[in-house]
Structures are given as C-alpha cells and as structure tokens.
Design a protein around this ligand. Structure first.
Ligand SMILES: [Zn+2]
Length: 350
C-alpha cells in the first residue's frame, strides 16, 4: 500500500483522516513520560509529542534521525503540534538513522513495518536536507533555526522549556481571563471575543449523545425584545408567532447548541444559527426542523432533520470558533454556565 505524506507546512489541525508525515529530528527533549521532538522538512517545522506504548520497547530518538509517523493527530492549541499516541488510532512510528542507510530502522513502534521505494527516496532527501531560508516562519520554525545555530544542548533545552511553558501559560491565562470575564458579563450584554478560539466539546460529535431537541434550538427573534432590549428567548413551540413578552410578531430562527471547551468545570454553550454555515454540501432544512418542533412532522421529515443534524455535526468536527459576537442569554455564576446567542462568528478549520 502506498501512503501519501503531507509536508509539514501543509499539516492542518484536526483533519480526517489523520495525515502521515516525515521529518528530521532537529531537537529532542524528555517531557515527563513523553518525548518532545522538533521535526523539520523542506517546508517547515513542527513539534511532536510522542507518548510511549504502555507495553513494549520504548522508542529511542537521536538528533538528525528521520522519523515517519502514520496517522498523526495534528492539534493546534496552544501551538500547532502533533500528538503521537503510539498504538492509539493506528498511530505508528518508524525511525531511520541519520544517514538514511538501506539497513534496518533504528526504532519501530510495531513489529510490522514497510519501506517502499518512495520511502527510501524520502529518507535520502531528508538525510541530505540542508536548512535554507524561505520556509514559512512559525514559532516552531523560529525555534528550529535558533537551535540549529546554537549548539549548546543544555541551553537549547532550557530555552525550549521556557518558551514552551511561557506559550502555554500565556494561552491558559488568556483563556481563563476571557472566560471568567464572560461570567461577569450581565445577561443581555453583548459579547465580543476576538482573538479567542474555542474548541468544540468532543461529545458534540457523537450524534447519539445529542438528541434532536438537545441539538436544535428555536430562537425567538422579536424586533422589540431581541433587537432593542437584547433579551433572547428560546422556545420549543414550532408554531410560535408572537413574542411571549410583548406580543409583537416574531421570527423563529433555527440554531444549534454547540458546547465549547473552556476551563475545567466551566460550561459555555453557544447557540449558533444554522444559517451561519453556508456551504453547498449541506442541504439546509430549517422549515423541517420547525415542523419537528410543532409535532406535525412525519417520519420522512424527521429523518431529513436527523440527517441534517448529523451533517452539521460532521461539518463542525475539527473546527474551532473564533471572533465570536453575540448576546448573553443566561448565565449562572454558581453553576459556572453561560449561554450565548451568537450573531456572528468565524468557523475555522485551522
Ligand atoms: Zn418581544
């Protein structure tokens, strides 16, 4: 079987299927149980955290070895990096010696491994790789350049530890500050969270864990209450025509309930109008959703709605949400929950 390998600069976070990649070790350090590798190819550099297999021979890494990873989990936060949990989800690693010889690999994570002609070519290419300029500059690239220039391993290691810890701490602090800030925002207040990216909670992607009614939400958009007084109300009545508060005639907007990952014990749920996702691949059926709420839907309609739900969940898998603008619908400080109706946001794959 021929594998396709993604160049480091082209690795995108959370894409499925998980990509395969090649790189040369330009730095390595122990991170608790994990090995932290900095891999580089012609296009860029990336950090790789290798989690060892629970049973079996540990992988041994050395500078300038060529590493091949199959089914790498590419993450993005706080930096774009690869999380290689060897043995999980088919992730496997083969390490070749620095000179790219035809002999046996230096280390393998599973008993069976393959080497095609293409593999040998790639190993030779990377062995001969001289770092040049013109690569896409990311934090990982900058660090790679720094480390290649300086040869003081101890100092390099300390620097990497420091930069890594600082980056991580900065990210956590920013998230904590913004998240806690949200809980001091009064109900009805406008939320603007640029610069902050949220990951969607994993359980969201299991269709069985989200029933039709826990996924879709009907939002009452009243010209008086929603637009002027910034009061957002949800309803389960698909026939609602008038605002329960002021009796103005209203519009029903179909939203989806998207929980996002924040600090431990805090819950933020975003209601994102399905209209926000505009793609030809998704056949929208908002009226069917409304029909399901007003209980007049037949089996066929309900089937379409469930399919629509699954498509939306699949579409969002691997996305992060950025530049959120919305209104605080309700919040509870003791329960640490906050529900936000999103007027606008950027759905990003990267
Ligand atoms: Zn109203």
């Amino acid at each position: 079987m021929a594998y396709e390998y993604t160049k480091i600069a082209d690795l995108a976070a959370y894409r499925k299927p998980a990509p395969h990649l090649y790189g040369k070790i330009v730095f390595l350090a122990k991170y608790g149980e994990q090995d932290l590798l900095l891999l580089r190819d012609e296009t860029g550099s990336i950090f790789v955290f290798v989690t060892p297999i629970e049973s079996g021979e540990p992988l041994r890494f050395e500078m300038n070895q060529i590493v091949r990873i199959h089914r790498a989990m590419v993450k993005r936060l706080p930096l774009k990096n690869v999380d290689a949990q060897v043995g999980k989800m088919g992730c496997s690693i083969v390490v070749w010696p620095p000179n790219g010889c035809q002999g046996k690999p230096s280390s393998v994570s599973s008993k069976t491994w393959t080497r095609s002609e293409g593999d040998q070519d790639r190993i030779n290419e990377l062995s001969a790789l001289k770092w040049g300029s013109g690569t896409k500059m990311t934090t990982a690239d900058e660090m790679a350049d720094y480390m290649i220039e300086k040869k003081d391993t101890k100092k390099i290691r300390d620097t990497v530890d420091k930069i890594w810890a600082e980056t991580h701490a900065r990210f956590q602090m920013q998230l904590a500050k913004k998240t806690r800030g949200l809980f001091w925002t009064p109900q009805g207040a406008e939320v603007k969270a640029p610069q902050l990216e949220y990951e969607i909670v994993k359980s969201f992607f299991h269709p069985t864990q989200m029933t039709f009614k826990s996924f879709f939400q009907l939002v009452i958009v009243c010209p008086k209450c929603s637009e002027k007084k910034k009061v957002i109300k949800y309803t389960e009545n698909g026939k609602a025509k008038w605002c329960p508060t002021c009796k103005e005639s209203i519009q029903l907007v179909v939203g989806m309930r998207v929980p996002v990952d924040v600090l431990p014990n805090y819950t933020i749920v975003l209601t994102i109008p399905v209209k926000t996702i505009q793609t030809d691949a998704l056949e929208s059926c908002e009226n069917d959703v409304i029909e399901c709420f007003d209980r007049t839907a037949d089996r066929e309609t309900f089937g379409r709605v469930k399919k629509f739900q699954r498509s939306l969940q699949t579409f969002l898998n691997g996305c992060t949400l950025k530049n959120i603008e919305g209104i605080v619908v309700t919040k509870s400080v003791p329960l640490k929950t906050c529900i936000i109706y999103v007027n606008d946001c950027l759905i990003s794959f990267e």
